[in-house]
Design a protein. Structure first.
Length: 236
């Protein structure tokens, strides 16, 4: 019997903790993993690096075709260097959200990068509005948090991961709020859960509890995928 490939999608707004939780779920199941946000941001970074300010289709695609990125977990490699920190800033995320309004941009990235990456493998994919890529996943999650909780997470990330201390909670809050508006109101693949989506509110729970809840849903739906998951770094 041919082995079934499972596709698990994890949607949610920016800084909802979906990357970390999704990657841990993928590791526990021994699945591949892809952050579509990293893919979209990497090409936005390429356009910014080349001084592109007007996002016209032909000019952008001419630049994008020259770039080959490698996506490994949360890392994004370009010419052998991990640029994940370079593409993680809220300002670039906001530019990416504007680019994602354009159907040609999403279509090019999806057809040339994302769909070839996820083909013929069991995988956990996380992002914002994945229905256009995977219309019928085996399990679809939506992680949500209050804007305040997400802004606090983002602030801690800026300080701990990027070493940036001159950004304020209020500034991050407003940036996330603006990006949410773009993501939820765009015509193409708006960021909204559907009737079959399992919604998890993780505003007040830890990442390990989010992972546990996700795995419980997956195990119940597909008992053959049951694993004895342990908190990383512990024997629990």
């Amino acid at each position: 019997m041919e082995r079934k490939n499972y596709i698990i999608t994890v949607n949610g707004p920016g800084s909802s903790g979906k990357s970390s939780a999704s990657l841990e779920v993928a590791k526990s199941l021994n699945f591949a993993f892809l952050s579509t946000g990293n893919v979209y941001r990497s090409f936005a970074w390429a356009l910014q690096k080349n001084g592109i300010q007007k996002y016209t289709k032909d000019a952008c695609i001419a630049v994008m075709e020259k770039y080959n990125f490698e996506y490994v977990g949360k890392a994004v490699y370009y010419n052998g260097k991990d640029i994940a920190n370079d593409i993680g800033y809220e300002e670039l995320a906001l530019k990416t959200a504007n680019l994602a309004q354009k159907s040609w941009y999403r279509e090019w990235v999806n057809q040339n990068v994302i769909l070839p990456f996820i083909k013929n493998k069991s995988i956990v994919i996380e992002g914002r509005g994945l229905t256009e890529i995977v219309p019928q996943p085996d399990v679809d999650f939506f992680l949500k948090s209050t804007i305040f909780a997400r802004a606090n997470r983002r602030l801690r990330q800026y300080k701990k991961r990027y070493g940036v201390h001159n950004v304020t909670l209020d500034a991050i809050y407003k940036q996330i709020q603006k990006r949410d508006d773009l993501d939820t109101n765009r015509k193409l693949a708006p960021l909204k859960p559907n009737d079959a989506t399992k919604v998890i509110n993780n505003s007040k729970i830890k990442r390990i509890d989010t992972v546990r809840r996700m795995l419980r849903v997956i195990h119940k739906r597909f008992p053959e995928l049951r694993v004895d998951w342990k908190v990383p770094g512990t024997t629990k």
